[in-house]
Ligand binder design. Structure first.
Ligand code: ADP
Length: 188
């Protein structure tokens, strides 16, 4: 079983790479950002809770996020494993994820961090904002806030899993294929 955390700042290409990895390894892709956007689209209670945080580029509170993730795992059993994309984004989420997986007699096998510099991130996100219609991609200040949130709250998750011996860094600059090949080498 592969349980992969695809890791890195907003705009580092996590979702793009996750799509290819899912196909090659038969994994289930769980993106908390996509789950929140579905909830917002369906105007659910959870979506209403998440919306303000997301639009400002702030993290959604842990208890909301962790509960949603736990439910999603219950609904999508896959013995081949999972790619976690955009989760965990805090140390509390990482600890919760470990507990959730332990209940299911499994654990995180890999964390792969995509390494991309800040200027490239801002450029990619502003570019994506032209077509994505995502409110958090439209404004440079909100993008900078997402990067701040990442540096402050999310980046320590790399070391947390490094202590478990599963963290890897991959150069996230270059073509999609080149980056995928770097990831493939680690997974196979
Ligand atoms: P990106 O990686 O480009 O920022 P995502 O779709 O992963 O895009 O996340 C968009 C937003 O959704 C985040 O800025 C945050 O507000 C919210 N979000 C997604 N995942 C989490 C999480 N694990 N914890 C808290 N907030 C989250």
């Amino acid at each position: 079983m592969i349980n992969l955390i695809i890791f890195g700042p907003p705009g580092s290409g996590k979702g793009t790479q996750a799509q290819t990895i899912v196909e090659k390894f038969d994994l289930t892709h769980i993106s908390t950002g996509d789950l929140f956007r579905d909830e917002i689209g369906n105007e659910t209670v959870l979506g209403k809770k998440a919306k303000e945080y997301m639009n400002q580029g702030n993290l959604v509170p842990d208890e909301v996020t962790i509960g949603m993730l736990d439910n999603k795992l219950d609904q999508s059993q896959n013995p081949a494993g999972y790619i976690f994309d955009g989760f965990p984004r805090t140390l509390a989420q990482a600890e919760a994820l470990d507990e959730i997986l332990k209940k299911r007699n499994t654990k995180i096998t890999h964390l792969i961090a995509l390494d991309v510099n800040d200027d490239e991130i801002v450029n990619r996100l502003l570019e994506r904002g032209k077509t994505s219609k995502r409110p958090d991609d439209q404004n440079e200040e909100i993008i900078r806030n997402r990067i701040e949130e990442y540096l402050e709250k999310t980046s320590p998750v790399f070391n947390y899993y490094n202590e478990q011996g599963v963290s890897n860094k991959v150069d996230g600059m270059g073509s999609m294929d080149d980056i995928f090949n770097r990831i493939y080498d680690i997974l196979s």
